[in-house]
Design a protein around this ligand. Structure first.
Ligand SMILES: Cc1cc2nc3c(=O)[nH]c(=O)nc-3n(C[C@H](O)[C@H](O)[C@H](O)COP(=O)(O)OP(=O)(O)OC[C@H]3O[C@@H](n4cnc5c(N)ncnc54)[C@H](O)[C@@H]3O)c2cc1C
Length: 395
């Protein structure tokens, strides 16, 4: 059996893993990055919306090779089809900026990790893990052969179905209730009213979540849905097919790809670090609980993990205590608003279709520039004092 030895092993070459590998390598550590896929980035499981500023802050220069389209706003659609149009210039919009070509983006992030010095092993699936003196041995299947990789530190970047952290003894399960079931088609032949904005449809059209149209071209878009199984007896695909049939923009479009996946929207996992291990990205629950967006936080958490792990290698101290800085950085920069987002989501989900429509009707009457927290509260009182009470209870 082939045996490998490295300072840091990163399992998973999604955005979080590649950034972890890039930063750890840049900071002087020996790094191996493995992914079970034959082609990094493919298949995608993502609507591909990302914040431009979030990329720039991490030193990722926007590159036309992996940008499918720029988006400059959001259209929010209530159950009776009332549209509220928000633009980037008037309001800060999360996950709005670019619609990526994730298959190309993920590959480029891995290339950056390679350029920084990381060794990349594709078609390499981690199958088990055991703790040994001063590190961890991960067993893997590499191109059909069983191998072992020893590392002082393992970074678990293995996505929403993560198992690495659990194998290492961390309390890091995502509850079933907190996993949004998502399905999406990439479609051609859409007739979009505005193909430069992302569109979100709320209410019983998507119980527990929302339906989206993210434009990737003149008549091309990702059309998808996220639902919570606790809120519906139907499957996500049944809801999505119904939406596509009824929505004038998608009625005549055809799918060229289907993506199915889970989105962990319950917030950060209980234990995201321990002796010799750090958990990043979706595996750690770094997904905005309101929007379900996780690319930016995956990149950012990966970068912090890479930096902290490389420092631990240089200290020759891989203990939980010495890795604690990762928790501090991610709490400070990523997780701090998650509770607020969770409450906002709870509020949104507590509203009936009728209440959502009434709020949308009020929104279209006012100039978005003039909306302050005070005017928003006044609007909500007008729509439904009961609904506002629900919000008050949550905060
Ligand atoms: C349908 C859908 C739409 C979404 N839309 C958006 C959006 O528009 N914007 C946004 O910001 N976020 C979106 N998200 C969330 C976003 O896709 C994730 O937050 C992001 O991909 C997380 O990155 P990651 O690196 O943590 O994990 P992933 O991208 O999931 O990468 C994990 C990697 O680990 C590999 N792996 C897993 N197990 C093993 C193993 N045992 N051995 C080796 N390799 C392994 C996988 O092959 C994969 O490459 C969406 C999610 C879904 C499901």
């Amino acid at each position: 059996m082939m045996e490998y030895k490295t300072d840091i092993l990163v399992v998973g070459a999604g955005p979080s893993g590649s950034l972890a590998a890039r930063e750890a390598s840049k900071n002087g550590a020996d790094v191996i990055l493995i992914d079970l896929k034959s082609e990094i980035g493919s298949p995608k499981r993502c609507a591909e919306g990302v914040s431009k500023q979030g990329l720039i802050d991490l030193g990722i220069q926007p590159d036309p090779r992996w940008i499918a389209r720029k988006s400059n706003g959001v259209r929010l659609v209530s159950p009776d089809q009332t549209s509220v149009w928000l633009s980037e210039d008037t309001i800060e919009l999360p996950e709005s900026g670019y619609i990526l070509e994730r298959k190309v983006f993920d590959k480029h992030m891995a290339m950056d990790a390679a350029r920084a010095g990381a060794k990349i092993m594709i078609k390499t699936r981690a199958t088990g893990l055991k703790r040994v003196d001063d590190g961890i041995v991960v067993t893997a299947e590499h191109m059909g052969e069983e191998i072992e990789i020893f590392a002082h530190i393992v970074i678990a970047a293995d996505g929403p179905g993560s198992r690495i952290g659990r194998w290492a003894g961390l309390d890091c399960n995502t509850k079933f209730d907190n996993m949004e079931s998502c399905v999406q088609y990439e479609m051609a032949g859409l007739e979009m009213e505005n193909n430069n904005v992302i569109q979100l449809y709320f209410g019983s059209v998507a119980p527990g979540g929302y339906t989206w149209i993210f434009p990737k071209g003149e008549d091309i878009a990702n059309v998808g849905i996220g639902v919570l199984k606790t809120h519906t007896d139907k499957t996500a695909i049944e809801h999505l097919d119904e939406f596509i049939k009824n929505c004038p923009e998608t009625q005549h479009a055809q799918p060229v790809e289907i993506n199915v996946g889970g989105d962990p929207v319950g917030g950060v996992i209980k234990e995201r670090y321990g002796d010799n291990i750090l958990v990043v990205g979706d595996a750690a629950g770094f997904v905005n609980p309101l929007t379900g967006g996780g690319i930016n936080s995956a990149l950012e958490s990966g970068a912090y993990a890479g930096i902290v792990a490389a420092q631990a290698i240089s200290d020759k101290d891989y203990s939980k205590k010495n890795l604690k800085e990762y928790e501090k950085l991610t709490d400070e920069h990523i997780g701090k608003n998650y509770n607020k987002y969770k409450k906002a989501k709870e509020y949104l989900l507590s509203l009936s279709d009728e209440e959502l429509d009434k709020i949308a009707h009020e929104f279209v009457k006012v100039d978005i520039d003039e909306i302050s927290p005070k005017t928003l509260i006044k609007m909500l009182i007008k729509v439904s004092p009961k609904a506002l009470l629900k919000l008050g209870k949550l905060f």
